[in-house]
Each structure stands twice: as structure tokens, then as C-alpha cells.
Design a protein around this ligand. Structure first.
Ligand SMILES: [Zn+2]
Length: 55
């Protein structure tokens, strides 16, 4: 699985393909995607690092 890169308002974000949250740091998007695909749920410890831009 590879996180997706997305440009929002001129800023590069990384998207978890499982839950579609956006992260400014690739490492968190990868951790989110790992967790989401394994547990089919999000980890609050990970999603708190997500960008607010997505909502
Ligand atoms: Zn996720």
C-alpha cells in the first residue's frame, strides 16, 4: 500500500487510502494506512496528527 500525494491550497499532503485523512507528514499517513488496513478502524493516537484541511 502506498499513501497518495495530494496538493491542497499549494501544500502537499499525504492521504491514507483507507480512511482518506490527510497528513502533512508522510510517516503519519503511512502509520495511519498501516493501522487502518490492519484493524479496519482508525487510531486516535495517529489521527490526531492529521491535517484539519480534509473536513
Ligand atoms: Zn487511515
Amino acid at each position: 500500500m502506498m499513501v497518495k500525494q495530494k496538493i491542497r491550497d499549494g501544500t502537499l499532503f499525504y492521504e491514507c487510502e483507507e480512511c482518506h485523512l490527510l497528513y502533512e507528514e508522510k510517516i503519519w499517513a503511512e502509520r495511519c494506512e498501516d493501522f487502518c488496513s490492519t484493524h479496519h478502524a482508525c487510531s486516535l493516537e495517529i489521527t490526531k496528527h492529521a491535517s484539519k484541511t480534509n473536513s
